[in-house]
Structure formats: C-alpha cells, structure tokens
Design a protein around this ligand. Sequence first.
Ligand code: S3P
Length: 437
Amino acid sequence: MTSKQDWIASPSQPLHGELTIPGDKSISHRAVMFAALADGVSRIDGFLEGEDTRATAAIFARLGVRIETPSASRRIVHGVGVDGLKPPAGDLDCGNAGTGMRLLAGLLAGQPFDSVLVGDESLSRRPMRRVTVPLARMGARIDTAEGGLPPLRIHGGQALAGIDHTLEVASAQVKSALLLAGLYARGETVVREPHPTRDYTERMLAAFGVDIEFSPGHARLRGGQRLRATDIEVPADFSSAAFFLVGASIVPGSRLRLRAVGLNPRRTGLLAALRMMGADIAEENHRVHGGEAVADLLVRHAPLRGIEVPEALVPDMIDEFPALFVAAACAEGPTVVRGAAELRVKESDRLAAMATGLRALGLRVDETPDGATLHPGALQGGRIESHGDHRIAMAFAMAAQRAQGEVRIGDVANVATSFPGFDALARGAGCGLAHTP
Ligand code: S3P
C-alpha cells in the first residue's frame, strides 16, 4: 500500500459474463467484531478479504481473540465474551477504515484497559468528534489529535451510562459506535437518526442474541447483555457491484450478470437512481442469505438521461456517488446532486475528486458545498487522481470505458481496501484496464 500504482484504462469490449463480487465490507467488519465478543465459536462465510476488514480482524487478534482462516473468505472466530478482550500491546491500526475506527471507538470505550486507534493518511484526516462527543456524554474518555482527528486515545475503566441521543448527521458508523458502547453502559441507550441508515449493527446484534429494538431511524438496547455465537453468511457488496452496474449501463452492447448481491434497502439507493435514469437492471432469483435479501442482478446497456437525485435517496446511496457521477457523465442532460455534504469527509473529498477528474476528461461540473451539477458530454482521455480513494479509482476505470482516449488513474493501491481483484474481474468482463509498469 505504500508504493504508488497507476492504472491505464481505455475502452475495450462490451462488458459481458457472470461475476461474483466480493463480500460486503460493512457486514464483514461487524461479523468479526461481534463474533469476537460472543460466547462460543462463530463461522463467517464470504468474509471480504480487503485491507479494511483484515485490519479489523488483525486488531481483534491483538486483543486476544483467536481467529482462524481455513480458506480465503472464511473465518472461524473463537469468541472471548463481552468481558474477555485483553489489553493490546501498542497501537491498533485501522488502516483506511472509518468503519473500523468509529465502531471500535465505541466498543473500546467500554473496556477496562487503555487503547490507541491509529489509521493511514486518509483516515487520519477524517472527523472523529461525531463519535467522541456523544461517547463522552456516556462517560467515555477519548482524546483526539487537534481538530478532533485520529489517533484516538481511549482511556479504559470508565463507568458508562446509557443515553438517548439524536444524531446530527445520518451515520451508521456513529449509531453503531453508540450501540456498542451501550452494551457496556448502565441502563438503556437510544439512538435516533435524522434519516434511516444501514441497520447491519442492529440486525446482527439481534442475530447474536442481543435483545435490541429497532425500526428505521431508531434503535434501543439495554447494557450488560451477552452475545451468543452464530454463523454469518456475508452477501456480495452492493457498493462494489455498483461499478459494474454503471459500467455495463454506459458501454453499448453490454450484458452482465452479478451473482447474489446484497440488496438491503438502506444500501440500494443507486438502483433507484439508475432506474430513474433509464437503466435496464433486472433482479432475479431473490433469496435470503444470512438474514439479508440478495438477488442476481442482470444489467444491460441502456441510454441514460440526467436526473435531479432525490435528496431522500442520498443516505441510501452515500457510497455510490462516484459511480453515479460516471453514469451521469454518459447520460443525456444534466444531473443535479444536493444534500450530500457528507461526501466531503469520506476517504477523500468525493465531490471535489469527481468534479476535478471529470473536468480533466473534458466535462463541465458546477460544484456546490453539498453537491454538484454535472453536464454530460464526450469524455476525452486524460490523467486523473484518485486521491488514494478506492471508489474514485474504480469509478474512473468505468468512465474510461466510454472515453475517446486513454485515461491514466493515479494512486490506485487503495482499491484493495474494499475490492481486492477488481482489476482482474473488470478485465475478464471486457474492460480495458492495465497497471503501469
Ligand atoms: C458504513 C457507513 C457509512 C458508509 C461507510 C460504511 C458502515 O459511513 O459511508 O462506507 O459500515 O457503517 P457513515 O456512517 O459515515 O455515513
């Protein structure tokens, strides 16, 4: 992850074939965490072998949890119980993962020992007050670097008390951090959200036997409960599938089937947006994997038109805007995004990164503080920066499939945080995508 690597991307063939997309990142993080805290042995199938989720597994190993890897994408976790984690020697490295760091902040705030959470360059620029401030209201003691940035120095041994908290920004990470701290708190913890966000923490805690009450925008649990080991089957990550949904939609002649993709309604805002744009995406073979709805997605090329993205869809497609911008770049008529200021504090400032990159390929993009208006046109070749952001790199790899020249995408190593093997899978599907020598 340290040496800089670029891609050279260019149009090749229509996208075709059947693809298996790697496991869901959000679910994989939580599966390891909750299995580690459970009483008994849990098996995880479909675990994402990405750098983010492996960093989380490595942290629990450092906290004294035995985790076996019988084969790729499988883990056997020997849970130590909610009170069984051991003090770590040295800092705990979350890598690039905001989910890892924020959820762990809540979980570690309730331990009897001190710990320090650190991250890579990108994570070290991401705001942490959104978790440390409400956790402090529960009695946690967490020091940050100046400006509320990582590292997080967590002072253990605090008596936590449950709170009733309304989130300022819709964030599943913050909600989850508070619920995990709530497991260690006296009394009840209630989290209310301005817009419902992904509910994997709630659903998975329930699967681990925790008595938790939840509905969209609201979750409540009592402290002092134990978790019971269970097996978890992780569906394919919709956010990773998104790049192929867009790639096949924009390249004429494409027809692609994506197997067993997770379709949790709090994740699939992009499906709704693409369909509003005229995309041809069918859902087949609906079933339930480990409590999550999955289906095969069959996507065929279709002419797209620009839309005003409904603000209500934003939380349900918060990770998909890089992909959406690429679809919009190839549509007829402008696309308008509003109410998406959170994009400025993701792995990069995604509004700025997409606007700058699309301008470098010849498009007009009018940026606003919380969105952008994108004017489509013929994409030229050029050089763009991913800013070390996996989703920016993958989005431009797909945009390049419609460009009139070669697109060089700078600094793509972080694609391995969420989608190891993306480039090989993309090439196999027909994309022109090579590494720089
Ligand atoms: C995630 C929540 C979202 C999302 C991130 C994963 C999670 O972040 O962007 O990729 O697993 O809880 P926020 O909670 O900051 O919106």
